[in-house]
Design a binder for this molecule. Structure first.
Ligand code: 2GW
Ligand code: MN
Length: 297
């Protein structure tokens, strides 16, 4: 009886390349030690995943902030999102802005909506970036929880450049920062001052995550943004601000509440870093923005 069954590796070899068992890569880390998948092109089957999420009729909320001059980014952001973001699924774009009249009218496909949420402006750019946590948190409770299953929270100074679909969705997900995905823990730019709530000791932390792309279920994003905002407020009262603002508090959170899925830097790339061989797709790309007309950091 034993001899009649082919060994497991033979079963694999007999399968066609289309079989899901072949969706694997040996050149990148595909799973964390806490069994969270790391999403790289070539590691998943979007047909299967699309079917699963379509069956649940999932709606995805995409939150983006365009305060002051950053409204100039909205047109390209929305246009490219219509081409590449969650194609075939229901999507609500939540655009937080102090200039609702500057939100462009971009033609939308069926099942997709733009919701403009008017918010105040803050004079310091650090505050603009950090207050996103507070705002996402309060709108999660008031509104998002009734309208969407998942939230995807991103920077606006970006363009979609290839498919970003349901393969990213999970209870809680973060994205590997493009500067540090191949770096050692010692070089991660976590907040290193023990006085800060964002402090991460030298011997802790798994990855360095990007501030510009995270998400999860509305409940998980609610919890994340609540903790991060509260940590910021504790620091603020002591006159401390973490080295990379919201990104530092996000990284601290992920040390202790580990993401259930991690996105590879395909999902947040910067062409200043070139285009290494391991990147089979560049899905979401930073736009150059360093001219003083837009930004005086
Ligand atoms: C930000 C910096 C300097 C001047 C203006 C602003 C600014 C940012 C603004 O005037 N209006 C505005 O809407 N923002 C929002 O904050 C916008 O959504 C933008 O994408 C986000 C973060 O600012 P950004 O994209 O200019 O900063 P990055 O690309 O260096 O962001 C990384 O680091 C940040 C913290 O310093 C955040 O963690 C961010 O998520 C990271 O990608
Ligand atoms: Mn940015």
């Amino acid at each position: 009886f034993k001899e009649q069954l082919p060994p497991y590796f033979l079963l694999l070899q007999c399968d066609s390349k289309e079989n899901f068992l072949f969706h694997r890569r040996s050149d990148v880390l595909m799973m964390t030690p806490w069994f969270a998948p790391i999403v790289w092109e070539g590691t998943y089957n979007s047909e299967i995943l699309n079917e699963q999420f379509r069956r649940r009729n999932v709606t995805v909320g995409l939150t983006v902030f365009a305060i002051k001059k950053y409204t100039v980014f909205l047109n390209k952001f929305l246009e490219t999102a219509e081409t590449y973001f969650m194609v075939g699924h229901r999507v609500n774009y939540y655009i937080f802005t102090d200039r609702p009249e500057e939100v462009p009218k971009v033609p939308l496909k069926e099942g997709r909506n733009v919701v403009v949420l008017q918010v105040q402006n803050y004079p310091r750019w650090q505050e603009i970036s950090m207050r996103r946590m507070e705002l996402i948190n309060s709108f999660s409770q008031q509104r998002f929880i009734n309208e969407v299953s998942y939230l995807v929270c991103v920077d606006v100074d970006m363009r979609f450049n290839d498919q970003v679909g349901v393969e990213i969705l999970s209870n809680l997900f973060g994205t590997l920062h493009p500067h540090f995905y191949a770096a050692e823990r010692q070089s991660f730019t976590y907040e290193r001052r023990p006085a800060s709530q964002a402090y991460v000791p030298r011997d802790e932390g798994d990855f360095y995550y990007a501030g510009g792309f995270f998400g999860g279920t509305v409940m998980e994003v609610y919890k994340l943004t609540k903790k991060c905002h509260e940590a910021m407020m504790v620091d603020k009262a002591k006159g401390i601000e973490a080295i990379w603002q919201d990104e530092s508090y996000l990284n601290k959170y992920f040390v202790y509440y580990k993401p259930t899925k991690i996105l590879s830097p395909e999902y947040l790339w910067d062409d200043d870093l070139g285009r290494p061989e391991i990147l089979k797709k560049i899905r979401f790309l930073a736009l150059p923005k360093n001219h003083a007309a837009i930004r005086n950091k």
